[in-house]
Design a protein around this ligand. Structure first.
Ligand code: ZN
Length: 137
């Protein structure tokens, strides 16, 4: 845990709380339609495929591949001052959904579409763990 964590934190909702609770336990769970089985992310109340509101949560691998990225040079929040540049990536998770997060321990020169990455669980506070990403080496 980092007592001095000064960046914006997620505000879990009734739909996303199981996702954040899983991260707090250092595991990733994704929302899955209990009727048609479609996995979805970000967490939301209605299935895009069949419009069902029946939800279950499935254990996810925490692995995926890079779809796109950007390198951030300007801190748009004071909490990020001193950390630029940092890399934000959009990842295709193995479960077939996309997720965005910060890629750590990497150089922009290493990145390419399809690069394997995995989740790193970063305990930001006692209550919030963030799913950062790193390259699978
Ligand atoms: Zn469905």
């Amino acid at each position: 845990m980092n007592e001095a964590y000064a960046k914006p934190l997620p505000q879990p909702t009734i739909d996303s709380k199981p996702f954040w609770d899983g991260l707090k336990e250092h595991r990733m769970v994704l929302q899955k339609c209990a009727d048609c089985g479609r996995v979805r992310h970000y967490p939301r109340p209605v299935c895009d495929a069949c419009l069902s509101m029946e939800v279950e949560w499935a254990e996810a691998s925490g692995r995926g591949t890079v779809y796109s990225w950007t390198e951030t040079h300007h801190p748009f929040h004071a909490g990020f001052r001193g950390e630029t540049p940092y890399i934000l990536v959009t990842v295709d998770l193995d479960e077939g959904v996309r997720m965005q997060s910060q890629l750590i321990d990497a150089s922009i020169d290493e990145l390419h579409v399809g690069l394997p990455v995995e989740v790193v669980y970063m305990d930001a506070t006692d209550e919030v763990t963030l799913p950062l990403l790193r390259i699978v080496r």
